[in-house]
Design a protein around this ligand. Structure first.
Ligand code: 5AD
Ligand code: SF4
Length: 396
């Protein structure tokens, strides 16, 4: 009988694309995608670890699946589905969840997602053990090869996975692994595959797209972060080179990309954005905090002044719109620090801003600092910025 797969995705666009690629592999193997969890043979929860709230949602969803299983015939084990916790939380909470939730029988890290269909089949064929794979390595390229797309008009294309920037609050380098780059040719071919499906809008995905720096003739080994300037070295293929190549492809109407880190977003990128008819004139440029002291503690690599100057250049050269991410209540953040953050929001006038309350993540550098801004104070600062941004958005 045809097997059915159900997937719930929590978190960011990167997870949306990962789920889509994974579903594509299942469909190519003859499975049907179902939205009815009661009918599913394989139930997957693709998780996010960036904030505690996201992890809590995944845990509560996994808990609710137990009831679904209990409502199926308890005597007939063959009717029991595979329940897989996949993505970021595999590495941050996987072992703990394996102990606490016996109905979860598959755990797979973000880097190893391409193996999920193989693991699922193994269990469905009668393998009695639960499977846990927490490896961090480069994904196999064929993970991205299926033609299945959730959206018929717009496609996400991953250019790199993981991150090696180690912002002190951020769990991404630990759960998604080190920065790893896809070969430019593979990216270009995926974009062309999308065009052959009639898709005209492409969003490139990387935790920091400016870190993209493919080294030709050299097996990529480890991390070599760039200053962001367009390179003269012909062996290095930068993010700007990639955009230039994609810009030449017939059939694309719009290209955009997320996310750009201010520390290595270059003026060269702005000139390219200004001169291209296809690259969207919008930049997502998270500043996180307006306080130089907090930015240093966050290991962000820029100051408030440098950020503002970058934004002024963007406005002058690209004449486009901006959006951002902000964290309030980072350890030791004072009212004065907070007012600098508020000041950036007021000065820059973002089209939209995602404002987050600091959430302590295990293993990060910031976890060594006391989470000393009270819950009420975080709430207050969060509310002030939300209200401010709401007013500002209306004026853009
Ligand atoms: N607490 C709160 N917000 C966080 N982000 C990342 N880590 C944390 C954390 N520990 C936010 C940042 C990032 C966005 C994706 O999530 O603003 O840009
Ligand atoms: Fe996290 Fe910083 Fe990497 Fe973004 S650049 S994913 S905030 S470590």
């Amino acid at each position: 009988m045809t097997k059915r797969v159900f997937i719930r995705t929590l978190g960011c666009q990167m997870n949306d694309r990962d789920s889509e690629a994974l579903v594509g592999i299942f469909l190519d193997k003859g499975y049907i995608l179902t939205e009815d969890i009661n009918q599913a043979d394989v139930i997957l929860v693709n998780t996010c670890s960036v904030r505690k709230h996201a992890e809590d949602r995944a845990i509560s969803f996994l808990g609710s699946i137990r009831k679904v299983i209990e409502s199926r015939s308890p005597k007939n084990n063959s009717l029991l589905p595979i329940v897989g916790l996949i993505g970021c939380m595999a590495r941050s909470r996987g072992e703990e969840i394996f102990k606490k939730m016996p109905h979860v029988n598959l755990i797979c890290s973000s880097a190893m997602l391409y193996k999920v269909p193989e693991y699922a089949e193994k269990i469905l064929k009668g393998y009695k053990e639960r499977i846990i794979d927490l490896e961090d390595s480069k994904r196999e390229e064929w993970f991205y090869h299926s033609h299945f797309r959730f959206d018929k008009n717009h496609a996400y294309v991953v250019i790199s996975t993981g991150c090696s920037n180690y912002c002190s609050y951020c769990v991404v380098p630990y759960v998604r692994g080190e920065l790893r780059l896809r070969d430019p040719q593979d990216i270009i071919e995926e974009v062309k595959r999308n065009i052959s499906l009639g898709i005209k809008k492409i969003t490139l995905l990387g935790q920091n797209v400016n870190d993209y720096h493919y080294l030709y003739g050299d097996n990529y080994s480890g991390v070599r972060i760039f200053a962001g300037e367009e390179t003269k070295n012909k062996n290095i293929f930068s993010f700007i080179d990639l955009l230039k190549e994609l810009d030449k492809i017939d059939g694309i109407e719009e290209i955009d990309f997320i996310t750009s880190h201010p520390k290595n977003t270059s003026r060269d990128l702005f000139y390219l954005m200004a001169n291209s008819e296809k690259i969207k004139k919008h930049l997502h440029l998270p500043f996180q905090s307006g306080s130089d002291r907090i930015l240093k503690l966050m290991n962000r690599g820029y100051t408030k002044e440098k950020y503002i100057s970058l934004v002024e250049d963007f406005k002058m050269i690209v004449k486009g719109t901006l959006s951002t991410d902000v964290i309030v209540g980072f350890p030791t953040e004072t009212e004065e620090d907070f007012l600098h953050t508020k000041d950036i929001l007021e000065k820059v006038k973002f089209k939209y801003a995602y404002i987050f309350k600091y959430s302590l993540r295990q293993n990060t550098e910031a976890a060594k600092l006391e989470d000393d801004v009270s819950k009420d104070e975080k709430e207050r600062r969060h509310r002030i910025l939300l209200e401010l941004q709401k007013r500002l958005s209306l004026s853009i």
